[in-house]
Design a protein around this ligand. Structure first.
Ligand SMILES: O=C1C[C@@H](O)[C@H](O)[C@@H](O)C1=O
Ligand code: CO
Length: 304
């Protein structure tokens, strides 16, 4: 499938959502993994409902699928880095057992991501002292990840203290580039800043994992107007798969090709699975990738 350096995945989030575990609860692991095969992706990320490593590995091997990584909520500012260390070691141990490439970390101190607060106006921010604590703590976690042959990739996220380009800039400036890498999520930065290319262009050297999330502009505008929370907004259909929203992924993909990005691109489009059929949307993403993105490789400098 296209460029040898890039692996294409799709996240479980269209089938089951760790932020609201009730939705899509009828979708089993077998169902999810088999849909991923039908839609011709190479792998996925670990969801909260996934089983222990040897059970997961068996299911993956049967379908020739791989694991890219898994989300980890850190509370470095709230609890200190020592408190996170034990859980992070366990997290990395599991990820190594399932042969993952990255540990996705997002600082959740003061996060309003899972609350009813207006995600467009009530995001938290950190003090100078908290920034220092966070950056030092992430450097520590990054070193732990490396012990397990994993890269710590930081996920900027709506409703958190690291959401805007300015905040990502600060995080990148004050962390060790060998220990802390960046996850680029097109949907989160677009909803936050109304721009998805500046962050990509500016931090391309630190980006080691990518989430392709598209945004339905009209739904986003309405959610903003109504002062909706993050959860209400995605349930209303703010996010969708590439090709179904307002982001031009040809620009994003061209940049990744030009800079010889090596790693995973994971389609990640949280929607209510009772409204947006997960396999239908996975196939929609597949069609867009095949028809609009993979042909760009012929015009790039990439050698096959
Ligand atoms: O990578 C992600 C993981 C989810 O749990 C999160 O809420 C989602 O928005 C996301 O981008
Ligand atoms: Co994401």
């Amino acid at each position: 499938m296209g460029n040898q350096r890039i692996s294409w995945g799709i996240a479980p989030i269209g089938w089951r959502n760790d932020d609201i575990p009730e939705i899509g609860a009828e979708n089993t692991l077998s169902h999810l993994l088999s849909d991923i095969v039908v839609a011709d992706f190479e792998g996925t990320e670990v969801g909260g409902f996934f089983p222990e490593a040897h059970v997961l590995n068996k299911e993956l091997q049967l379908r020739n699928l791989r694991i890219a990584g898994q989300w980890f909520s850190s509370y470095i500012i709230q609890d200190g880095v020592e408190a996170a260390t034990h859980a992070f070691h366990k997290h990395c141990e599991y990820l190594k057992e399932v042969h993952a490439a990255v540990a996705v970390v997002s600082e959740q101190t003061y996060s309003i991501q899972g609350t009813g607060k207006n995600v467009f106006t009530e995001k938290p921010s950190f003090t100078d002292e908290e920034w220092d604590q966070l950056c030092q703590g992430l450097n520590e976690l990054g070193k732990i990840a490396a012990e397990y042959d994993l890269k710590l990739v930081y996920h900027h996220h709506m409703g958190t203290g690291v959401q805007t380009l300015e905040e990502v800039d600060r995080l990148m400036e004050n962390t060790d580039s060998n220990a802390v890498h960046l996850l680029y999520d097109s949907g989160h930065i677009y909803v936050s800043d109304g721009d998805y290319m500046t962050l990509l262009n500016k931090h391309i050297d630190r980006i080691k994992h990518v989430h392709f999330k598209d945004v339905r502009q009209a739904v986003k505008d309405q959610c903003d107007k109504d002062g909706r929370s993050f959860l209400q907004s995605f349930l209303a259909g703010m996010f969708t798969v590439p090709g179904d929203g307002c982001i031009d992924f040809t620009k994003v993909y061209n940049k990744l090709l030009e800079t010889q990005y090596s790693g995973w691109i994971v389609i990640e489009a949280e929607q209510d699975p009772s409204i947006a059929h997960p396999l239908e949307y996975a196939l929609k993403a597949r069609k867009y990738i095949d028809e609009k993105l993979l042909p760009l490789e012929n015009g790039s400098l990439v050698k096959h």
